[in-house]
Design a protein around this ligand. Structure first.
Ligand code: FMN
Length: 197
C-alpha cells in the first residue's frame, strides 16, 4: 500500500527550488537502485542515465536556453526563458538515454524480435523514469519531465562525453517544492479499466 500511495502522490511539479532536505548521497542511491532493478525486455538493460548536480545541472539548462534562443522568435523568447529558468531553479537534473548499441546487439542476437527491441527499450526507459520520479517524490522532492531532445542532443553529448550510440530520451529536473501541483482531471475509470467477471 505504501508503494501505491507513492504512485498516487507522484505529480508533475513545476515550482522547483534548491532548498532540499534529502542528501545527494540518498538521491544517488535511489537512482542507482532504480537503474539496477527496473526491468527490461530480455533483460536488455539499454537505459542510461546522467545524474547532474550543481554546475552540471545549470549547464544543462543553459544548453537548452541557448539552443532555444537561436530558434525561437525574439518576441516569444522572454516567455521561453522564463520557463527554462524554472527548470534551472531546481536542485538537479536527470538525463535519460537509450543505448542504441545495446538495442542493435539484441536485434542481432534475436532476429525474430528485431522490430520490437527499440520499442521495448522505450518501454523500459519509461518504467525507469516512473520509478525514479515516484521514488524522488516519496522523499519529498518535486519532479517534472521535459523533452528538449533532439535539439540539444549534440551539445549534451559533447559536454558530458556521452557515447554516440546513446539516444537522449528525456530530461527530469528535481528539487524542493515551491508550488504544489493543482487538481488533475481523471477520465472515467470504467472506460479505461475492464474487469471480468
Ligand atoms: C511520457 C510522458 C511525457 C511527458 N512529457 C512532458 C513534457 O515534455 N513536458 C512537460 O511539462 N510535461 C510532460 N509530461 C507530464 C504530463 O503532462 C503529466 O504527467 C500529466 O499531465 C499528468 O500530470 P501529473 O504528472 O501531475 O500526474 C509527460 C508525461 C509523460 C508520462
Amino acid at each position: 500500500m505504501e508503494f501505491l500511495a507513492a504512485v498516487k502522490n507522484r505529480r508533475s511539479i513545476y515550482g522547483l527550488g534548491k532548498d532540499i532536505s534529502v542528501s545527494e548521497e540518498r538521491i544517488k542511491e535511489i537512482v542507482k537502485e532504480a537503474v539496477l532493478h527496473t526491468p527490461s525486455a530480455f533483460n536488455m538493460q539499454s537505459a542510461r542515465v546522467l545524474l547532474l548536480f550543481g554546475e552540471h545541472h545549470h549547464k544543462l539548462w543553459s544548453i537548452v536556453k541557448e539552443t532555444l534562443r537561436k530558434i525561437v522568435k525574439p518576441e516569444a523568447f522572454p516567455k521561453t526563458e522564463e520557463k527554462i529558468n524554472t527548470f534551472d531553479a531546481a536542485y538537479g537534473s536527470l538525463l535519460y538515454f537509450d543505448d542504441t548499441a545495446a538495442v542493435a546487439s539484441f536485434q542481432e542476437q534475436f532476429p525474430r524480435y528485431k522490430e520490437n527491441f527499440a520499442m521495448w527499450a522505450q518501454h523500459a526507459n519509461g518504467m525507469l523514469q516512473h520509478v525514479i520520479w515516484t521514488a524522488l517524490e516519496a522523499e519529498g522532492l518535486g519532479v517534472n519531465i521535459q523533452h528538449y531532445n533532439p535539439i540539444i542532443d549534440d551539445e549534451v553529448k559533447a559536454t558530458w562525453g556521452v557515447p554516440a550510440s546513446w539516444q537522449l530520451i528525456a530530461q527530469m529536473p528535481f528539487g524542493s517544492i515551491t508550488e504544489a501541483a493543482g487538481d488533475k482531471e481523471f477520465a472515467p475509470i470504467e472506460e479505461r479499466l475492464k474487469i471480468y467477471p
